[in-house]
Design a protein around this ligand. Structure first.
Ligand code: BTX
Length: 324
């Protein structure tokens, strides 16, 4: 019910909505409305009430990633239509993997904090409370499992597109990092539950540093946040942009097997194409030049001996020659 009250109040913008109007629209008494309004106030909504005029929202916890805020203005068909908002969780990816079969496709889990945020290859992802966006999306595509890794590229393209829509100059470090000024601002972890021929579900985890003003010592050199780069954006706005851009590219891929737009964005905003990088696999490190991204989303590189190789996303880490 409180979601609906906020929806009506948000829709009326700077105008007042009377208690009577709310009570008629929602089919509950004016006293009940008043009780809900009081709880909303406790949750941080700044709701003005004026005799004979009604209620008006003057300040919402706009940056709280709660479902009401996210549903408002979300322009997607199915991604983010069901949002689960948590205060704290071990990992939003692990949360979705536990409930995977029971939730609808497009369900998004967002937590204000992760106590065991995960990166790739068993690495750790620092996810402090309210500092960033720590979210996962569950997908149930009818494609063969080997086509799933491309979804990481779709997520990367969606994030970089969303950030650039918001005037943030960000690039993709293939396959799963988004960087600003040579430092990592966002990362993607895609996990798969599948049988040989079919996918049960894919969980796409997205971490983005938004408000962090400092990082632990070991991350200082390689991590940044939007605030640190002087982009003061609302987390809610970023989430709705990312989900919107993601859904478009995802639908293209799943419904029409159309990958060109994702590949175009990945190339246009690439931080490594035409550059020398180190490819790191276990203890081995090789200096190569990145020359292209293949139609399947693999990185094409030229090694020192002039051999051209195609690198699959799951197996390596990439380091720039300078910086991150
Ligand atoms: P990755 O393996 O490419 O990056 C992990 C590495 O990045 C770490 O080893 C560390 O050096 C560095 N790092 C750790 N935390 C941060 C941070 N906050 N900002 C920048 N660099 C950092 C990238 O993996 C994939 C990350 C996905 C995170 C999301 S959050 C929601 C979902 N749930 C979950 O547990 N993981 C995903």
């Amino acid at each position: 019910m409180r979601d609906k009250i906020i929806e009506v109040i948000l829709d009326s913008g700077t105008d007042f909505v009377s208690g009577e109007e709310l009570s008629k629209k929602l089919g509950i008494s004016r006293t009940a409305i008043w009780k809900h309004i009081n709880i909303l106030r406790e949750e941080g909504y700044d709701i003005e009430s004026v005799n004979r005029k009604g209620y008006r929202l003057i300040g919402s916890p706009k940056d709280l990633l709660n479902p009401q805020n996210i549903y408002h203005n979300l322009k997607t068909e199915f991604i983010g239509k069901n949002v689960i908002h948590l205060e704290s969780v071990d990992s939003t990816n692990d949360y979705l993997k536990k409930v995977g079969d029971d939730v609808q496709e497009g369900t998004v889990v967002i937590s204000e904090e992760q106590t065991k945020g995960k990166g790739r290859l068993g690495r750790n992802w620092q996810s402090k409370s309210k500092e960033g966006i720590w979210m996962s999306i569950i997908l149930k595509p009818e494609i063969i499992p080997y086509k799933a890794p491309f979804i990481t590229l779709i997520a990367g393209a969606a994030i970089v597109k969303a950030l650039n829509n918001l005037q943030v100059s960000a690039n993709i470090k293939w396959p799963n990092d988004i960087i600003i000024n040579n430092k990592k601002v966002s990362g993607i972890l895609t996990e798969l539950s599948a049988e040989i021929e079919r996918i049960n579900y894919v969980v796409v985890g997205i971490g983005m540093n938004v408000k962090n003003l400092d990082f632990d010592k070991e991350l200082e050199e390689k991590a940044t946040s939007l605030y640190k780069e002087d982009y003061h954006l609302s987390r809610v706005e970023i989430v709705s942009q990312v989900l919107y851009e993601f859904e478009k590219l995802y639908n293209d891929y799943i419904k029409n097997d159309y990958k060109e737009e994702t590949l175009k964005i990945c190339k246009e905003y690439s931080a490594i194409l035409n550059k020398d990088v180190y490819i790191i696999k276990g203890d081995e490190k090789e200096l190569v030049k990145c020359i292209d991204i293949s139609d399947d989303g693999n990185l094409i590189v030229r090694a020192g001996n002039n051999n051209v190789q195609e690198i699959l996303s799951g197996e390596v880490s990439i380091r720039g020659v300078k910086g991150y």
